[in-house]
Design a protein around this ligand. Structure first.
Ligand code: FES
Ligand SMILES: [Fe+2]
Length: 382
């Protein structure tokens, strides 16, 4: 494979996209795992899911099973969910509550802080095992950012803020606008998972540009009429899209039934913001709910996307709460977007796309993402 990539063909007018094999090659995917997915912070869940001592959730990042558990000291920790004895998965449930972490295989037990506490039937070597911190659970770096739990599998990661706050600042020109949505106080009311036959980068670049909006998103452009121009919220710093004058809410019917999120200002009403948090997360802000996408790259040509709709818990508790109207709008957008990504993925190996395609001026902000990918995996940008 040719290990260099030219991104700019004619600055100002047309730019080249990534070449086709960047979307199909197992070798590139391995480089991305090593230099992007492992080095960057990965969003895996919400702090409220592990709110009390002993509460845990399990997840998978880069083929590693991970256990996230709140200790007796109230500290939230993450460990590889792997027994140090013979490697069995310790917790198989997606979530739960426990006073001790006990391996189902030979019943070694660990404290909520990961230390090895008990090894049955081993009087001869029990002391040697239990008093040796090497046999405790392998920790994983964890940080909470706006109520979202982020993990990092590298040895010495940069602080989570360095990855995330800088992107928020670049997107809004400040940190305050995003903070007003108080994601740490919201809860998931609906979750959908999508299997997408496309490379993760196609999903990211599609989310970043709105050139496709008038072609494939009739419901979205009816809600946000300015998207018909192809200029999305991410074309400019602090860009937001205003709702159609006739609509009350960001929902398929356009009817509003929920209060604005606490913390928002009057000027935040009737606005939508799309935010890409590279490499794998999208956050959508609306006045009464927040939608968060996370991409799980499965293979060069397959990804899973988890999309969650978050609301104020006070709204969720109301007897007539029904998120269906809000869910339906972005679910349709998701289906339309992911189908379009699959149209492209099918031809990434085509002779026609060997040297990549073209970004027209309205979508050229996507090239920053290309640069990040190419720089991370060490492919020279000329
Ligand atoms: S593998 Fe866990 S106790 Fe044996
Ligand atoms: Fe789209």
């Amino acid at each position: 494979m040719e290990m260099n990539q030219t991104t700019v063909s004619d600055p100002g007018k047309l730019q080249a996209t990534l070449k086709g094999d960047l979307y199909t090659s197992p070798e590139i995917f391995e480089l991305e795992k090593e230099h992007i997915f492992t080095k960057k912070w990965t969003f895996v869940g919400f702090e409220y899911e592990v709110g009390k001592s002993g509460h845990y959730i399990t997840t998978k990042v880069q083929n590693e099973n991970i256990l996230i558990i709140r200790g007796k000291d109230n500290v939230l920790r993450a460990f590889l969910n792997v027994c140090r004895h013979r490697g069995a998965t310790l917790c198989n449930n997606p979530c739960g509550k426990t006073g001790i972490i006990r391996c189902p295989y030979h019943s070694w037990s660990y404290g909520l802080d990961g230390s090895l506490l008990g090894v049955p039937n081993t009087t001869e070597c029990r002391e040697e095992l239990v008093n040796n911190e090497n046999y405790g659970l392998e920790p994983v770096h964890l940080q909470v950012w706006h109520g979202m739990i982020w993990l990092n599998l590298s040895e010495n990661p940069l602080p989570v803020e360095q990855q995330l706050d800088t992107q928020i600042f670049d997107r809004f020109g400040d940190l305050a606008t995003f903070s007003r949505y108080q994601i740490q106080n919201l809860k998931v009311a609906h979750r959908k998972e999508y299997e997408v036959a496309a490379n993760w980068k196609l999903i990211v670049e599609n989310f970043q540009e709105c050139y496709h909006c008038s072609s494939i998103h009739p419901e979205l452009t009816a809600t946000l009429p300015e998207f018909r121009s192809g200029i999305g919220t991410q074309n400019t710093v602090s860009g937001a899209a205003k709702f159609n004058d006739e609509l009350e809410a960001f929902s398929i019917s356009g009817k509003g039934s929920r209060a604005m999120l606490k913390g928002l200002l009057p000027e935040d009403d009737r606005l939508y913001y799309g935010i890409t948090i590279l490499p794998l997360v999208f956050i959508n802000l609306t006045p009464d709910h927040v939608i968060i996408h996370r991409i799980l790259p499965i293979s060069p040509e397959k990804s899973k996307v988890i999309c969650e709709w978050l609301f104020d818990p006070e709204e969720i508790e109301k007897p007539d709460f029904d998120p269906a109207d809000a869910v339906e709008l972005f679910h349709r957008v998701n289906m339309q977007d992911f189908e379009a990504c699959e149209w492209c993925q099918e031809n990434m190996g085509s002779r026609s796309y060997k040297n990549g395609g073209i970004l027209v001026p309205i979508e050229q902000h996507v090239s920053k993402f290309y640069d990040l990918v190419l720089e991370s995996i060490g492919m020279k940008v000329e």
